[in-house]
Design a protein around this ligand. Structure first.
Ligand code: G3P
Length: 225
């Protein structure tokens, strides 16, 4: 399962990219709004793409098909490699159908049920983003929805890539990988948490301490000769 970072913060994205563990980035209007309000969105998107390459989803904010298509055209004029992120509403499905006809990659976002995911796939989505954390917030089982989507994809050989989104903690990453999601898009903090284990840190400290001890003993022996 590939990992993307779900962020619009260039420092976080640079650090995640430097670790070699991410294959793409997803952004959304809320993540961009968390940044400096003066941020130049186009410049930020291009900077992110130069940093990571791979997949970069850029979300439209129109809620009608014509508006979404116009926005997509605008985005592609300055960033031809963009994956256009479209909300899972009826107008969005029509936009996905048209963009897919033009071979433009799309990521259908705000998916909360297997039937929504199936419809997005059938409309021609390249990626379907299933939001599990927000389901958990409502005491619904987000991981179970990802599992059901993966099961349907396996059974029918469906082609769009399943992105597990709205990831809240490392256990979500593990559960989505086991379920068979193609990608998990993970907030920076959770990505870093998922790399850590206290036994790694204490183990490294022991190795270093033992090595120092060995060096000191060697030096002592040499001194005695
Ligand atoms: O890409 C957006 C998605 O991952 C949302 O996450 O934490 O706002 O539910 P969250």
């Amino acid at each position: 399962m590939q990992l993307y970072v779900d962020s619009a913060n260039i420092n976080e994205i640079r650090h995640a990219a430097s670790l070699g563990v991410i294959h793409g980035v997803t952004t959304n209007p809320s993540l961009l709004a968390k940044e400096d309000p003066n941020v130049d969105v186009k410049q930020r998107i291009l900077e992110i793409y130069q940093t990571v390459g791979g997949h970069l989803s850029v979300e439209v904010i129109s809620t009608d098909t014509a508006g979404m298509l116009k926005e997509a055209e605008g985005i592609l004029s300055w960033f031809p490699e963009a994956t256009i992120k479209i909300p899972m509403i009826e107008a969005g499905l029509s936009a996905v159908k048209e963009l897919s006809r033009q071979n433009i990659p799309t990521n259908v976002t705000l998916i909360f049920s297997p039937t929504q995911a199936l419809a997005a796939n059938n409309a021609g989505a390249s990626y379907v983003s299933v939001f599990l954390g927000r389901l958990d917030d409502l005491a619904q089982d987000g991981v179970q929805v990802v599992e059901e989507v993966c099961e349907i994809w396996d059974r029918h050989g469906l082609e769009s890539q399943i992105i597990a989104a709205s990831i809240r903690h490392p256990m979500h990453i593990l559960q989505c990988a086991k379920a068979g999601a193609d990608i998990a898009t993970v907030p920076y903090k959770t990505l870093i948490q998922s790399l850590k284990h206290p036994l790694t840190d204490s183990g490294l400290q022991s190795f270093l301490k033992d090595y120092e001890k060995m060096q000191a003993e060697k030096a002592k022996l040499l001194g005695n000769v």
